[in-house]
Design a protein around this ligand. Structure first.
Ligand code: ATP
Length: 614
C-alpha cells in the first residue's frame, strides 16, 4: 500500500491511498485478509474524528448525508462524454452509450460493467499520474455533484474530477457514484471490523455518520440503542417458504396470524406532533407522501410520538378496493397538485414500533396489535390497521376474504392462501404472534408465501421479438427477451404484426438460454443508437425501457416461449399491449410450435377479462 501522508487525518489523506485499499480488498482471497486491510487503513490513515469521510466512500449505498446523484449509467455516459469533450458519434462515445454490449463493434471484454468500459475510454485521455486529490476534496466534489441541479453543472464537476485523477482513481469514483464497489466484502464485514456494535447501531438508526462518530473507540462497547422517532430503522423482513406445509412446520406450536401480503411500498411512518416522515425500505424519506397523508396521520394517530410500520397503497373509491401496484407516485403527485381523482393514498399499518416515549419492538406482536387498535383510529380507504378480528377486515367488501386471521392448522393456511390469490392479492405473510420486531431480521418470525413460487396462472405461448444484453457474466450476450403478441390475422393467414408485451429473463438454465440465443443469433439485428426504429413487423411504444438491444429481424425466424406468471396482469404503460405480466417466468421453449401459432392480443385480453371476472 502507498505510504502514509504526513498526518493521519483524511483531511490530508490522498484518495490514491483509498484506491490502493480498494485494489487490495478486491484482490484478496479471504474475508479475514480483506478485513485486516480495511482495519489497517482505518488505523493508519484516518483520525477518529473523520472516520465518516472514509467509510462513506467504502459503503456509498448507505450514505444518506448526500442526496442522490441522479446519475445512472446511461446519464453518466452522456455526462462523461461531455466532460471529456468527445463527439457523441465517436467510437469511444458509442462505447460508453452501448456499455452493456462493450461498444458499438467491439467484442467487449468489459461489456456489462460500466466502470470498466469507462476506464477503457478514460485511459486514452488521462495519464497514469495521480492529480493528488484528497479524500476531503473528493467528498466536497461529490457533494457538489449531488447538489447540482442540471446536467451542465454535473458535467463540470465530472470534468474537475477527471482533471484531478488518473484512470484508476476515476474508475473507483465512478463506482462510488453508482454506489456499488464490487469489493467482495459485505457491509456486515465492514461494520464488524469497524466496531463490534456498528451493525446494531446502524440497523436502528440508518445513519452512517452517527455510527462513525459514536463508535470511535473499538474497545469501548456501546450500550444497545433502541429505535427513535425520526430515525429510520431497518425493517423486519419475511423468509420465503415454498408452500403451506413448509410454513406450518416452521411455525408449528406457535400462535400464528395470517395476513394478506399487500403490494405497495413498505413505509415506516414516524410521527412527532405535526412532523411526519415516510421512510422507505432503503431509508429514504419520501416527502411526496406528505400532501396526501400527513393531515390524516396527525388527526388519527392518537399518540403524539409514534412509529407505524406498514404498506402505502392506493385506494380506488369508485371500485371500493385497492388499486393495482404501481400508481403510488402518480397519486402522490395528484394529491400535491390538488387534482380530483377516484384514487387516493391509503396506508395500511400492520405493526407499531414506538408509542409515546418508548419503543415497543420488544413486546410481542399480539401486544403490538392491541396497541395498534388503541393508537390508530382507522379512516376507511385512507388509514387502515391490519389486526385479526377487526381493522381492515371490517372494510372488506362482502364476499371478499378476510385479510388477517388466526391460523389453526395447515388447511386453514391453504384456504386463506387460495382465497387471497383468487382475490388477486400478492400472497400471504405468516407471523409468529409471540415474536418481537427485530430490525433487519429474516430468520423466520415472518414467513411469506407467494403465488409466483407456486406456479399459478395459465401458460402463455408468446413470440420472441427482441433481446436485451445482460451484465456481469452475461455481458455482451442476450440474457433477456422482449416478447410479442400477434395481431389476430384474417382466417387462414399468418400474423403480420406483433405487439410488444413483456420482458422476461428468468426460468431457463444457462444451457437452455445459450441454445435459444445461438439459434437466434443469425437473425439478430442490433438496435443501435442513434437509429433505433424496430423492424416494420413490430409495434412498440416510445418508452425507452422497452427498447431492446437487438431485434429479431423477421418473426418467421423466431421462437415461441411458454410463459407462466402470477395470475394477475398489470395494465401496461411501458409495452404496447394493453396488459403486461407481473413476475413473468419462462416455463419452457416451444421448439415444437411454429412461430405463427403464438398467442394473439385478442385472445390474451379475453383471458385477462375472464380471470378478472369482468
Ligand atoms: P417481496 O419482493 O416479496 O416484497 P421483499 O424482499 O421486498 O420481498 P420481504 O421481506 O421478502 O421483502 O417481504 C416483506 C415485504 O412484504 C415487506 O417489505 C412489505 O413491503 C410487504 N408486505 C405486504 N404486506 C405485508 C404484511 N401484511 N406484513 C408484512 N409485510 C408485508
Amino acid at each position: 500500500m502507498a505510504s502514509s501522508s504526513s498526518s493521519s487525518s483524511t483531511e490530508h489523506t490522498k484518495f490514491s491511498i483509498l484506491v490502493s485499499l480498494f485494489n487490495w480488498i478486491s484482490k484478496a482471497k479471504t474475508s479475514s485478509r480483506k478485513r485486516s486491510k480495511f482495519r489497517k487503513f482505518i488505523d493508519t490513515f484516518c483520525s477518529p474524528s473523520d472516520y465518516f469521510s472514509a467509510v462513506r466512500l467504502i459503503l456509498p449505498n448507505l450514505d444518506r448525508e448526500r442526496g442522490t446523484y441522479g446519475l445512472k449509467e446511461s446519464v453518466l455516459a452522456v455526462s462523461l462524454i461531455e466532460a471529456l469533450g468527445m463527439s457523441r458519434d465517436s467510437p469511444d462515445a458509442l462505447k460508453l452509450i452501448n456499455w452493456r454490449k462493450g461498444g458499438a463493434n467491439a467484442t467487449g471484454a468489459n461489456a456489462g460493467n460500466f466502470s470498466l468500459v469507462a476506464a477503457e475510454v478514460l485511459q486514452r485521455r488521462q495519464g497514469t499520474v495521480s492529480g493528488g486529490l484528497t479524500i476531503e476534496e473528493l467528498n466536497g466534489l461529490l457533494d457538489k455533484l449531488a447538489s447540482s441541479e442540471n446536467r451542465g453543472e454535473k458535467t463540470e464537476v465530472l470534468a474537475a474530477l477527471i482533471n484531478k485523477t488518473n484512470t484508476q482513481e476515476m474508475k473507483w469514483i465512478i463506482m462510488i457514484i453508482l454506489k456499488d464497489l464490487k469489493l467482495g466484502m459485505s457491509e456486515k464485514s465492514v461494520f464488524h471490523e469497524f466496531h463490534p456494535d456498528a451493525e446494531d447501531l446502524f440497523n436502528v438508526t440508518c445513519d452512517l455518520k452517527l455510527v462513525c462518530e459514536k463508535l470511535r473507540d473499538r474497545n469501548q462497547r456501546h450500550k444497545r440503542q433502541d429505535i427513535e422517532v425520526g430515525k429510520a430503522v431497518r425493517p423486519q423482513l419475511a423468509m420465503r417458504v415454498s408452500d403451506a406445509h413448509a410454513a406450518w412446520k416452521k411455525l408449528h406450536g406457535k400462535e400464528v396470524v395470517l395476513e394478506c401480503k399487500f403490494d405497495g411500498d413498505r413505509i415506516q411512518i414516524h410521527k412527532n406532533g405535526a412532523d411526519v416522515h415516510y421512510f422507505s425500505r432503503n431509508f429514504l424519506d419520501h416527502s411526496e407522501y406528505a400532501h396526501g397523508m400527513s393531515d390524516i396521520i396527525v388527526q388519527n394517530v392518537l399518540d403524539e410520538r409514534c412509529i407505524l410500520d406498514g404498506e402505502m397503497l392506493v385506494w380506488d373509491t369508485s371500485l371500493n378496493r385497492f388499486a393495482e401496484f404501481g400508481s403510488n407516485q402518480e397519486i402522490a403527485k395528484a394529491a400535491r397538485d390538488g387534482l380530483d381523482s377516484d384514487r387516493q393514498l391509503c396506508y395500511v399499518a400492520f405493526d407499531i414500533l414506538y408509542v409515546g416515549d418508548t419503543s415497543v419492538i420488544h413486546q410481542t406482536l399480539k401486544e403490538r396489535h392491541e396497541l395498534l387498535r388503541k393508537v390508530v383510529k382507522p379512516v376507511k380507504g385512507r388509514l387502515e390497521i391490519l389486526v385479526p378480528n377487526g381493522g381492515l377486515n371490517a372494510h372488506r367488501l362482502l364476499g371478499e376474504p378476510h385479510c388477517s386471521l388466526i391460523a389453526y392448522n395447515v388447511d386453514g393456511i391453504e384456504k386463506f392462501f387460495k382465497e387471497t390469490i383468487e382475490n388477486r392479492d400478492e400472497g400471504i405473510v405468516l407471523k409468529d404472534l409471540g415474536s418481537k420486531w427485530e430490525p433487519s431480521d429474516r430468520s423466520g418470525k415472518w414467513l411469506k408465501l407467494k403465488p409466483e413460487y407456486i406456479r399459478a396462472g395459465s401458460d402463455l405461448d408468446v413470440l420472441i421479438i427482441g433481446g436485451y444484453y445482460g451484465s456481469g457474466r452475461r455481458g455482451g450476450e442476450v440474457a433477456q427477451f422482449l416478447l410479442g403478441l400477434a395481431e389476430r390475422p384474417a382466417s387462414n393467414a399468418y400474423p403480420r404484426r406483433f405487439i410488444s408485451f413483456c420482458r422476461v429473463g428468468n426460468g431457463l438454465s444457462d444451457e437452455e438460454l445459450d441454445t435459444v440465443v445461438s439459434k437466434l443469433k443469425p437473425y439478430l439485428r442490433k438496435n443501435e443508437y442513434p437509429k433505433n426504429s424496430p423492424p416494420s413487423f413490430y409495434q412498440v411504444t416510445n418508452n425507452s425501457k422497452e427498447r431492446p438491444d437487438v431485434w429479431i429481424e423477421n418473426p418467421d425466424k423466431s421462437i415461441i416461449l411458454s410463459i407462466t406468471s402470477d395470475i394477475r396482469t398489470i395494465s401496461s404503460e411501458v409495452f404496447s399491449a394493453p396488459y403486461s405480466l407481473r413476475f413473468p417466468r419462462i416455463d419452457r421453449v416451444r421448439y415444437d410450435k411454429p412461430w405463427h401459432e403464438c398467442l394473439d392480443v385478442q385472445s390474451f385480453v379475453e383471458l385477462v377479462h375472464s380471470s378478472n371476472g369482468t
